[in-house]
Structure formats: structure tokens, C-alpha cells
Write a protein that binds this ligand. Sequence first.
Ligand code: ZN
Length: 230
Amino acid sequence: MLMTSDFVEINSHKVRILKRKGQRHLRLRINSSGNAILSMPKRLPKYMGIKYLQTKTAWLDKHTFQPKQISFGSKLFTGQEISIVDGSNTRNRVVISKETLEFYLQFDSNDPASQRYMSKIIKNLYIDHLSKIVSQRLDYYSDLTKLKYRDFAVKNLRSKWGSCDRHKQLKFSLYLLGVDMALIDYVVLHELAHTKYMHHQPLFWKLCEQYMPDYKHRQKQLKISRMNLV
Ligand SMILES: [Zn+2]
């Protein structure tokens, strides 16, 4: 077998450990679904990987989706407020309404398992929410520019706001939820423009400017925006 895979938990982060034949160094990365993966040489014992991961907790905090501490009354980007109900007799469950997210938790809400459960629900809610916004803005700009894309997805991207590959598949960062609509529009147009020009040469920027004369201003704003979600 070329590869074995296993999961470990480091500071409430679930990390997949892949042992690969031919892998020479430890390599920690986040895949496109936002999950942490550590690749390590096959002959290296697992505890060495765990030891390594323990020095990387700050990196994991930064690169995996983790709304700060989720507590009673936290207000979400989707507009709802969190309420936490004692659900110690049942399994974890959530009731989602327009105004609230009611969590029935098996454990104390500060417990890592409860935090993970809530975080997962909120992440999915955020993905749905941003997908609706992005879909609507893509419709608008695609109509305006006559540029066509193949498909799009919202992902847990922490190193970039968006991307476009040569198949015209677009990706948008979940963290766009934390910035102004005008900046989401800029990223949408920017990625759409890449369906025509796969570079950042003057022609590309000319196209952006044609449909968004103040794109430079928005670009600056976005540069100082932090990738952060409550
Ligand atoms: Zn670009």
C-alpha cells in the first residue's frame, strides 16, 4: 500500500495524517474543503507527526475555519443569534430559524466537542449564505460583461479571496462574508475577468476598469481587510 491515513486531534483541530511512500518531509496543508492534512514519510512514527503538529497550533488556528469562541448571544453574519439549550439527555442538534440558532448540546457549550459541532453547523450556514450572495452577483456581472463561467463554489480559502482555473471554475473564500458588498463585487468581477484573461496584464485590468471604474480603490480596501469571521 502506498498510503495510510489516520486522524488525530490537536487542540480541537481534526488533522488527517497521511503516510506516503516517497514523502521525504513533514508537510502540513489545508485542502480545498478546509480540512487540515499532514503528509509524512512512511517510516516516521505517528507520534513524531503529533509532536510536530503540537508546534503548529497557531498555524492551525489561523488556517482552519474556527469562529472564535461560540457562546450564547453570539450574532452571526447570517443575522441569527445563538441560543444554547441544555440537551444533555439527547444527541447534539440544532433548530434553525430566521432569528436564532438554537443549539441543544450534549455537553457544556465550552466543551471542544460542542464547539466543534457548533462551528461545523455555522460553517455550512455561512457557505450557503455566501453562495446565495455570490450566485446573485455572478449573475449580474456575467450578464453585464457577457463573460461565462462554468461553476463556482465557496470554500474555506485563507490565502486568497477567490480563484479561477483554466476550466473557468471559480472559487470564493468563505471570509468574504466579513467584508463589504462592494468588495465582494470586486472579487466576483475580478474572477470573472479571469475567464477571459488568465493573467494580471494591462488588458485584464482594463477589462475590470471598464465595468468597475473604481476597482483600484476597492482593491486597496480589500488588501487591508482581514480574513476574520466571528
Ligand atoms: Zn487575479
